[in-house]
Design a protein around this ligand. Structure first.
Ligand code: ADP
Length: 620
């Protein structure tokens, strides 16, 4: 008989399992029981939808047998079973959960201790077993096969006998060593404890032969069901503790971190349903890729009919995991019909409301948690606004946060508006590469001096999000570096207008000297800086950067304005040069423009020209 080798990735996971040193070995049982339960689910579902299959729900069970003499644990189920090919494919190649674990570990460079809280599937049994034998007979087939592996050397499959359909897994425990004692897993009470801890909600009986003393102090053995069998979401929320939720979550959704929020609801009304939703505390490694699939599990009457029902979640809440159980949807419904299903729409709407209000409450009640959530999924919410041209504004506007010039902490738009100064009618923002960069911008300085709060937009989507929002509660957004934003009184405006009119010729001469700018003008908004840049029109500097990185092939240009501080000594110098040395003014203009670029955090387009100009001036 030929030995087959595991695929490379499977091998790595196997190695980790075989050599694992961590204390969380007990989860192997959770994994095998979950697999058994899934296999029964598949067959039970078949029996409900296929008239040729006549099976009764009460016939299904999972059995655990401990044998101290052989040092084995046997897990038996009467689920759908596996064909020879399935044994080869499913157990020879690392399953989905395993490979995602692997990626996660690789990405995070964390040590393998996270395995304990992660769904790692069948392979986890190698943490405690030196050899595993799987005997399986697929439902409807009359052949059975056995799959045997001791981990490292690969596996082999051969034909065998098995009376009825289902799967029987025998774990041959590793030998005890000075430091590791595997015999604990042969103790009835220990195994019962593990089952109750992780698998109590499994809806099929998990039976064991339990030995107890009778009245005459004699040992009597009988088969008993260890788990309570009520799915966790069917229990009252008040009866389920955090640990149970967290165990369920890590078991079903392969996450090693506990969720940031659990939403457990029983809804009765025009459509009745139970739902159990989890908001993860970090983004899965593939979250911001095309591979990520959103959706909730959909059960009807405790039977899983769809693993990822995407219609139950809007895209902007695609990070939510969990399930919905309802009697108001037919078991045989097709995917196409499901989309049209009115009940499903009602449920989706109601879930959306619950998620939204849970998040809104978190903002005020548990700020740190919300910030953590926003770190992970804020991008998705912002994308939900700008990617849909404002269609989702109502749903999302109160969940957004931006950094603020006050304390450089994040604020919501609601908080910003509540803190607005008397008479302030716009929401001011500035954008740039980083908080520190923005904080140093000349145009921001003036707003801070006058005690206005400014939102600092340093995420590349931020400005697009603001544009799609258009306004918040009637308050328009205004970029502090754009021309339309001014804090001046009418007299100050009048005064500045005069200054610019009087210098019309000078300014247009300077404008002609600098190719890149749309116009040049004097400003009164700068305190110490000699110059700054601003933009006119819809495209700001940050947007120019982002738009030009997009693979559209088009180039975008912001309309740039060079502003000169009219109260700075440089203003007098320019006036003087315009009268007496126009050639020098050309060079001055170029230098000032580049200086302003540097202050804005932009790069200088032609450094050689600039340094030559400066050097010329120094040598005079
Ligand atoms: P996962 O359960 O996450 O898919 P596993 O490595 O635990 O990963 O299992 C791989 C596959 O093997 C399962 O998806 C299933 O198809 C099959 N399998 C495992 N255990 C059983 C079982 N008891 N009965 C039938 N099929 C099983």
């Amino acid at each position: 008989m030929k030995k087959k080798q595991f695929k490379t990735e499977s091998k790595k996971i196997l190695d980790m399992m075989i050599n694992s040193v961590y204390s969380n070995r007990e989860i192997f049982l959770r994994e095998l029981i979950s697999n058994a339960s899934d296999a029964i689910d598949k067959l039970y579902y078949k029996s409900l939808t296929d008239n040729s299959v006549k099976l009764d729900k009460d016939d299904f069970k999972i059995k655990i047998d401990l044998n101290k003499d052989n040092r084995t644990i046997v897990i038996t189920d009467n689920g759908i079973g596996m064909t020879e090919e399935e044994l080869d494919n499913n157990l020879g190649i690392i399953a989905k959960s395993g490979s995602s674990l692997f990626k996660e570990i690789n990405d995070k460079h964390e040590d393998i201790n996270i395995i304990g809280q992660f769904g790692v599937g069948f392979y986890s049994a190698f943490m405690i077993a030196k050899e595993i034998k799987v005997i399986s007979k697929a439902f409807g087939s009359n052949e059975a096969f056995s799959w045997v592996s001791n981990g490292a050397d690969g596996y082999s499959i051969e034909k065998t006998d098995k009376e009825s359909f289902g799967t029987e897994i025998t774990l041959y425990l590793k030998d005890n060593t000075d430091t590791d004692n595997y015999d604990e897993f042969l103790e009835q009470n220990r195994i019962m404890g593990i089952i109750r801890k992780y698998s109590d909600y499994i809806k099929y009986p998990i039976n064991m032969d339990i030995t107890k003393k009778d009245d005459d102090d004699k040992d009597v053995t009988s088969e008993e069901t260890v788990n309570s069998m009520i799915p966790i979401w069917k229990r009252n929320a008040s009866d389920v503790n955090d640990e149970e939720y967290n165990n369920y979550y890590s078991d079903k959704f392969f996450d090693y971190e506990t969720p940031i929020k659990v939403l457990h609801n029983k809804v009765e009304g025009q459509v009745s349903y139970n739902s159990l939703l989890f908001i993860p505390s970090h983004a899965p490694y593939d979250y911001y890729t095309k591979e990520y699939e959103k959706g909730l599990q959909l059960y009807t009457n405790g039977v899983l009919i769809m693993d990822k029902c995407s219609d139950l979640l809007p895209d902007y809440f695609s990070f939510v995991k969990g399930l919905v159980d309802t009697e108001d949807i037919s078991l045989n419904i097709s995917r196409e019909m499901l989309q049209q299903d009115r009940s499903l729409k009602v449920i989706a709407k109601s879930l959306e409301g619950k998620i939204k209000s849970a998040l809104e409450n978190m903002i005020t009640e548990d700020r740190d948690k919300y910030e953590k959530f926003f770190d992970a999924f804020g991008m998705q919410l912002k994308y939900g606004v700008y990617g849909f041209y404002g269609m989702n504004n109502e749903a999302l506007k109160d969940l957004l946060m931006f950094y603020s010039s006050k304390d450089k902490k994040r604020v919501t738009l609601k908080e910003y508006v509540e803190n607005m100064k008397d008479g302030q009618d716009k929401i001011y923002y500035a954008s740039g590469e980083s908080l520190d960069r923005i904080d140093m911008l000349p145009s921001v300085e003036r707003f801070k001096d006058k005690d206005y709060e400014v939102l600092y937009l340093c995420d590349y989507v931020d400005e697009f999000t603001i544009q799609a929002l258009m306004d918040y509660e009637g308050k328009k957004f205004a970029n502090v570096s754009s021309e339309s934003t001014d804090l001046d009184t009418e007299e100050e405006k009048e005064e500045l207008k005069k200054v610019n009119e009087n210098a019309k010729d000078l300014l247009s001469f300077m404008n002609d000297s600098i190719d890149e700018v749309k116009s040049v003008r004097f400003t009164n908004k700068l305190k110490n800086h000699p110059v700054c840049l601003s933009t006119e029109g819809a495209i700001s500097f940050e947007m120019e950067k982002v738009l030009n990185q997009m693979p559209t092939g088009e180039t975008y240009k912001a309309d740039i304005v060079l502003e000169i501080n009219e109260n700075h000594p440089i203003a007098d110098k320019i006036r003087d040069l315009y009268e007496n040395d126009k050639d020098a003014l050309i060079n001055y203009s170029k230098i000032l423009y580049n200086q302003a670029r540097l202050i804005e955090g932009l790069s200088v387009e032609n450094p050689t020209e600039l340094t030559n100009l400066i050097c010329d001036m120094l040598s005079k």
